[in-house]
Design a protein around this ligand. Sequence first.
Ligand code: SF4
Length: 365
Amino acid sequence: MQDNIIPIVYEHPNAAQTSCSTAHTWAKKPREPEAGEKVELIARIKNMLIEQDAVLVAHYYVHPDLQDLAEATGGIVSDSLDMANFGNQHPAKTIAVAGVRFMGETAKILNPEKRVLMPDLDAECSLDLGCPADEFSAFCDAHPERTVVVYANTSAAVKARADWMVTSSIALPVVKHLMAQGKKILWAPDRHLGSYVQEQTGADMLLWQGSCIVHDEYKAQELIELKAKYPLAKVLVHPEAPRAVVKLADVVGSTSQLIKAAQNTDADTFIVATDNGILHKMRILCPHKIFLEAPTAGQGATCTSCSHCPWMAMNGLLNLAEVLERGHNEIHVDPAIIPRAVLPIQRMLDFAREIKLPTRGIGNA
Ligand code: SF4
């Protein structure tokens, strides 16, 4: 075993013989409200957002109802960094985050004086779970000569141990910038994104071996077969997908970059290898184009994966309404960590401004 491989502790579908071991997570997926109930819930949430001086920020991977509601109420649907930035710039006193825990934490780190609520605090991320702060800190201690670059999908404590935070669309410029300074990099937690960046830049990178349970499931052979059926289709792939799948892509990019590619690429049909929550936005922006999900089942499949994140699926209208009503599920980040955790985030934001990369559109998972 290489010295940079650390066992990952999270419930991967492969862990169970007969069923997907994220079943406990799926079990927390909120019930789908009936049509009439949905209308009433949306009206109630809209009122509560106004009454509580709150703004809803949602990720592209959450339920379409939440994406639409965020936009209809003056909030935002975007990637995690835009979500946090938006909350930072918006005057609202409360930020309701429909996404996963690290997004709520990032919003809190950037807005420590604001109340940050989430529909379900158990909405995690396999990348975050697979990079415990104590093990990561020991890994950093073992390689003190390396500059520590972490992906947004990490806990506040892991960010507090990093020199830089990156998201998927700024990862390449940041690593090139560090390379130009002769820096060696310690990268965490996503091994697929890390090896993609390494391949593109030639940087000296030591990779933590985490992965996203959703993107890990895309299958190259089945994608080749699907491409054969749709020879004119363009393939859009998020770099958290395995290398064999990335190699088949016409466009590799973050969520925001893939949405832009869907809009700007001259094709009628797209095969999309990222969480299928993103298809909602793509179909709204490109109503005459066809979007197909990249295959996850097939040779070597560990479950009949549905191309959807079980933790993102924990967000719904019902638990959002409940959270606003009861004011619970508030995100807390240890105040002692915040001043350190904000540094790698701020460094990235400053760099984005320096290279004139708009922060709106810097994607993450
Ligand atoms: S889709 Fe993957 S990277 Fe995104 S929150 Fe879910 S597990 Fe994490």
